[in-house]
Design a protein around this ligand. Structure first.
Ligand SMILES: NC(=O)c1ccc[n+]([C@@H]2O[C@H](COP(=O)([O-])OP(=O)(O)OC[C@H]3O[C@@H](n4cnc5c(N)ncnc54)[C@H](O)[C@@H]3O)[C@@H](O)[C@H]2O)c1
Ligand SMILES: O=c1ccn([C@@H]2O[C@H](COP(=O)(O)OP(=O)(O)O[C@H]3O[C@H](CO)[C@@H](O)[C@H](O)[C@H]3O)[C@@H](O)[C@H]2O)c(=O)[nH]1
Length: 439
């Protein structure tokens, strides 16, 4: 079993640290955020991720997992140092590497003995070479750098870490690769070994490909709406071809989150740096831009004007089972609705606090789905939480002023909505209209 330091305790760092301790390693997580460290020491996870708190507490109490704000303490005796700090998007679309740069400084300063530096953060091709050169320049202590990109999804991060399809290890030395293989062996997940630059590219290419699948199916959805087809059936029929695969073909209001938007944009820039215009990926991003605003377009068509209308927003998180609001479509929708003069009443089972900080002040937050729907002119279903999927048509009918629903996640059966008399707009499926009797 190895001694491992993990730098950064966000979604990736904390889940990685907890998982590595669960398979028996001795793990110390370091973060510059004192509040986070204090809360983890009290057994409270700073992020909402199903199953994480329990596993964190278990390994903390077993003495295999600890937390600190001191890099020096974390690196002492470490066989491997995992980098899991953020690489957010800069205004020009490129990846902001300032946290990576500061970590390289931390390592150069406090590295005491040979260790493998393992980059989990998503970094542009060539960044690991930069990290290596920087540390080499500032210390004589030997080390190796390995690229080990992360593929977990938020909302199922713990499950994904123990059940990944592959672990990618990009290394230029046999020793470092074998240490990484040994560390990861207890996971029992196939390991794919390659060189460092290919490993860095695998991460961007994977995210860009998944984003492409989503924008592709959303374009098909737009055509389905115009041609009278149903995108859910189309996606299912396509997905049964194993070469296409059924996953990531859910039409909706586009992709959000902390990864796809920033990584697609960074890859366009990475391509640009070597004078390659990534036309396909640019179109993927453009489609997503339109898609995130789709419910507003549909509502405008229905109501003509949104001024004075009350809209119940069901869900604010970018996907279910997370409190992450980064690049959530809800933020765009809330802003545009308020700009159009609508009143917005929002509810999310876990992401309300972070949403409050990002939404316009005019948005009202309520503590139940019923309060959100009560007396509203229409509902926007933005995040497909189970709690919303379980709502019955009768509940919409009884709470809304007029039963009008704009569903950005295709949660309900068209026939059931029709039978209940709900005007139901979803994505890439026929609109359910209610026949109004002429007086
Ligand atoms: N969130 C995901 O689902 C996901 C999945 C795969 C890959 N990634 C990639 O993993 C990386 C981390 O993402 P995240 O969402 O976990 O980030 P995050 O922003 O949630 O967490 C980063 C943490 O690093 C800490 N930090 C910054 N500088 C530090 C330093 N010098 N020393 C110690 N701690 C420091 C911050 O305080 C913060 O707690 C990114 O590159 C991201 O693209 C994220
Ligand atoms: O068929 C689909 C699948 C997803 N989405 C949307 O796409 C976004 C991203 O979803 P998902 O991939 O499930 O969540 P993330 O946590 O962002 O995970 C992605 O980004 C991570 C960070 O790089 C990677 O590690 C994961 O492999 C990759 O799936 C969300 O807004 C979803 O609503 C769709 O619209 N349709």
């Amino acid at each position: 079993m190895k001694n491992i330091a993990v730098i950064g305790t966000g979604y990736v760092g904390l889940v990685t640290g907890v998982a590595l301790s669960e398979i028996g390693h001795s793990v110390i997580c370091v973060d510059i955020d004192e509040q986070k460290v204090a809360s983890m020491r009290e057994g409270i996870s700073p992020i909402y991720e199903p199953g994480l708190s329990e596993l964190m507490k278990k390994n903390y109490e077993a003495g295999r997992l600890s937390f600190t704000t001191s890099h020096e303490m974390a690196f002492a005796g470490a066989d491997a140092i995992y980098i899991a700090v953020g690489t957010p998007q800069k205004e020009d679309g490129t990846a902001d590497l300032r946290f990576i740069e500061s970590v390289a400084r931390n390592i150069a300063e406090y590295l005491a003995d040979y260790a493998v530096v393992v980059t989990k953060s998503t970094v542009p091709v060539g960044t690991n070479d930069y990290i290596k050169q920087y540390i080499e320049k500032h210390t004589d202590v030997p080390f190796d750098v390995v690229s080990n990109p992360e593929f977990l999804r938020e909302g199922s991060a713990v499950h994904d870490t123990f059940n990944g399809d592959r672990i990618v290890i990009g290394s230029s030395t046999g020793l470092a690769a074998s240490i990484l293989k040994e560390i990861n062996k207890p996971f029992g997940i196939p390991i794919f070994k390659t060189d460092i630059r290919s490993s860095e590219m695998i991460k961007y290419a994977s995210n860009a490909f998944l984003a492409t699948k989503i924008s592709f199916v959303n374009e098909i959805a737009a055509l389905c709406e115009k041609l009278g087809a149903n995108v859910d059936d189309v996606a299912q029929g396509m997905g049964q071809d194993k070469r296409i695969g059924e996953k990531f073909l859910n039409a909706g209001i586009g992709y959000g989150g902390s990864c796809f938007p920033k990584d697609t944009s960074a890859l366009v820039q990475i391509a640009g740096n070597v004078e390659h215009e990534f036309t396909l990926l640019k179109a993927v991003i453009e489609v997503n831009y339109k898609q995130q605003r789709l419910l507003i377009d549909k509502a405008r068509e229905h109501f003509d004007s949104l001024r004075g209308k009350t809209i119940a927003m069901l869900g604010t998180a970018f996907k279910p089972n997370t409190d992450d609001m980064r690049e959530a479509a809800s933020t765009i929708l809330a802003r545009e609705l308020v700009l159009a003069g609508a009143n917005v009443v929002a509810y999310d089972p876990v992401a309300m606090e972070p949403a409050r900080k990002l939404f316009p002040e005019a948005v009202d937050f309520v503590d139940s789905v019923e309060s959100a729907l009560d007396g509203a002119d229409a509902a926007f279903l933005v995040t497909e939480w189970d709690e919303f999927k379980e709502l019955t048509p009768a509940q919409y009918v009884s709470f809304l002023k007029e039963p009008v629903l704009f569903d950005g996640r295709n949660c309900y059966d068209l026939e059931k909505m029709k039978a209940a008399g709900i005007e139901y707009y979803s994505v890439g499926r026929p609109v359910v209209k209610v026949e109004k009797e002429l007086v």
